[in-house]
Design a protein around this ligand. Structure first.
Ligand code: TGC
Ligand code: FAD
Length: 385
C-alpha cells in the first residue's frame, strides 16, 4: 500500500490482515478482467457471492446479522482496495452495505433485520437505494415526488427514481417516498412486486462496470411490514448517505494509489530528450502533488475511522473527507493521464478509466459543490444551498 506517513503502523494486526487479504483476492479475481468488463459495460455479478464470502458487504455491521463486524478502518480499507481496482466495484459494495444494509440495520424492525441482513451480507441478495429523482438529486427533500398512500395495512407507491446503482440487478430496493402528510418514509420494495420496473441506463461514459438504473413504481402495493418503522423525515436517508460517503472517502484513495503508481512507473521508463521523463521537474511536481494528497487524505480517513468507532463522527467531517479526497483522486487521475501522453487515452492503462469513473464519484453522494455548501453552513451557520 502507498503509505508515506506510515499509517499502517497505526492499524491493528487484524486491520492490516484484512487489507492484505482483500488486495490478494481482488488482484486475482478482478484486476485481470476489469478493463474487459468496463469496456463491455457490464458489472461482474459472478463476484457478488465471493464479495459476500470475503466479508466485504456491510463489513462494519454486527456479526449477529451475518456481517463481518470489523472496525471502521478495516471497512474503509476494503473500500480502498475495491476502488483501487475500479470505482464500480466499490460502488456496488457501498450501496449494498451503507445504503441497503445500514438503513435496515438502523431503522428496520428486528424481523426485517433477521430476514434481510444475512442474505445481503452473503451476497445472496442484492439491494439498491432509491433517493434521487429525475428532477434533481441535490435537494432530495424538496424534489421528492414519489408518493406512498396508506391503503389499510398496505401502502401504494408511485413515482420514479433516477441514477440508481444496482437497480436492474437488485432483489430489493430501499425506496424513499412522501406519505399523504408529506413525511418521508422508507420502504423495502421487493423488485418482483407488480408495478415495479428498473430499466438500465445505457451509454454511460463513467462507471461502466456498474449497473445504473431508473426505478419506476406504478401502483406498487407493499405491506406495512416492509416499511422501515424507525424512519421518519429526511434525516434517516441523509444518515445513510453519511455511511456511504465515509466509504467513498477511503475508496477514492485506492484509485489515487493506482494512478500514481502507473504514472510513476511510466515516467521512469519513458525517455524524451535522452532522459526518463521522471527526471524532469514538471513531471516530479505532478507526482509530488499526488503523493501529498494521498498522504493527507489517508491521515484524515484514518482519524475519521477512529472517531466513528467511538461514535463521535459528525456528518460534516465526512463531507469534508468525501469532497477533498474525491477531488484529489480525480485531479490525480487527470495528471496521470497527462504523464502517460497519448498512451493515457487508451484502456491499456488504468488512468483514463479511473478518471472517467471519478467524474461520477465527484457528482454522486452529494456533489463537490453541495459538500462545499455543507461546510459553508457549518462554518458560518448560514445555509447557502
Ligand atoms: P437539513 O436541514 O440539512 O437536514 C435535515 C436533518 O438531517 C440532518 N442531516 C444529517 N444527518 C446525518 N447525516 C447527514 N449527512 C445529514 N445531513 C443533514 C440535519 O442535521 C437535520 O437534522 P434535524 O435533527 O435538525 O432535523 O436538510 P436539507 O433539506 O437542508 O438538505 C441539505 C443537504 C443539501 C445537505 C442534503 O439534502 C444533501 O445532502 N443533498 C445531497 C443529496 C445526496 O447526496 N444524494 C445522494 C443520493 S445516493 C447516491 O448518490 C448513491 S451513489 C451510489 C454509489 O456509491 O454507487
Ligand atoms: P443536480 O442536483 O441537478 O445538480 C446539478 C448541478 O447544480 C451540480 O453541479 C450541483 O453541484 C449544482 N447545484 C445544485 N444545487 C446547487 C446549489 N444550491 N448551489 C450551487 N450549485 C448547486 N442516487 C441514488 O439515490 N441512489 C443511487 O444509487 C445513485 N447512484 C448513482 C450512480 C451514478 C453513476 C450517478 C452519476 C449518480 C447516482 N445517484 C444515485 C444520483 C446522485 O446522488 C445525484 O446525481 C447527485 O445527488 C446530484 O444530483 P443531480 O445529478 O440531479 O444534479
Amino acid at each position: 500500500m502507498l503509505d508515506f506517513a506510515r499509517i499502517q503502523e497505526l492499524l491493528s494486526d487484524e486491520e492490516r490482515e484484512i487489507q492484505k487479504a482483500a488486495r490478494k483476492f481482488l488482484e486475482a479475481e478482478a484486476l485481470p478482467q476489469i478493463r474487459e468488463w468496463w469496456e463491455a459495460g457490464t458489472f461482474p455479478t459472478q463476484l457478488i457471492p465471493k464479495f459476500g464470502a470475503m466479508g466485504f458487504l456491510g463489513a462494519n455491521l454486527p456479526e449477529e446479522y451475518g456481517a463481518a463486524g470489523v472496525s471502521n478502518a478495516a471497512y474503509g480499507l476494503i473500500m480502498y482496495e475495491l476502488e483501487r481496482i475500479d470505482s464500480g466495484l466499490r460502488s456496488f459494495a457501498s450501496v449494498q452495505g451503507a445504503l441497503v444494509m445500514y438503513p435496515i440495520f438502523a431503522y428496520g424492525s428486528e424481523e426485517q433485520k433477521r430476514e434481510f441482513l444475512p442474505k445481503l451480507a452473503a451476497g445472496e441478495m442484492v439491494g439498491a437505494f432509491g433517493l434521487t429523482e429525475p428532477d434533481g438529486g441535490s435537494d432530495p427533500g424538496g424534489n421528492m415526488k414519489t408518493r406512498a398512500k396508506k391503503d389499510g395495512d398496505h401502502w401504494i407507491l408511485n413515482g420514479t427514481k433516477m441514477w440508481i446503482t444496482n437497480g436492474t440487478i437488485a432483489d430489493i430496493a430501499i425506496v424513499w417516498a412522501k406519505d399523504e402528510e408529506g413525511v418521508i418514509r422508507g420502504f423495502i420494495v421487493p423488485t418482483d412486486t407488480p408495478g415495479f420496473s428498473a430499466p438500465e441506463i445505457k451509454s454511460k461514459m463513467s462507471l461502466r462496470a456498474s449497473v445504473t438504473s431508473e426505478l419506476v413504481l406504478e401502483d406498487v402495493r407493499i405491506p406495512d411490514s416492509l416499511r422501515l418503522p424507525q424512519a421518519e423525515g429526511l434525516k434517516p436517508p441523509l444518515s445513510c448517505l453519511t455511511q456511504a460517503r465515509y466509504g467513498i472517502a477511503w475508496g477514492v484513495l485506492g484509485a489515487l494509489e493506482a494512478v500514481f503508481e502507473e504514472a510513476r512507473d511510466f515516467a521512469l521508463s519513458r525517455k524524451t530528450f535522452g532522459e526518463p521523463i521522471a527526471k524532469k521537474q514538471l513531471v516530479q511536481e505532478k507526482l509530488a502533488w499526488m503523493l501529498a494528497e494521498h498522504t493527507k487524505g489517508l491521515l484524515l480517513v484514518w482519524r475519521l475511522a477512529r472517531l466513528k468507532d467511538e461514535g463521535k463522527l459528525h456528518h460534516t467531517q465526512v463531507s469534508l473527507a468525501k469532497r477533498d479526497n474525491t477531488y484529489a483522486a480525480l485531479h490525480a487521475a487527470r495528471l496521470a493521464r497527462d504523464i502517460l501522453g497519448a498512451n493515457g487515452i487508451t484502456l491499456e492503462y488504468h488512468a483514463i478509466r479511473h478518471m472517467l469513473n471519478l467524474e461520477s464519484v465527484y457528482t454522486y453522494e452529494g456533489t463537490h459543490d453541495i459538500h462545499t455548501l455543507i461546510l459553508g453552513r457549518e462554518i458560518t451557520g448560514l445555509a447557502a444551498f
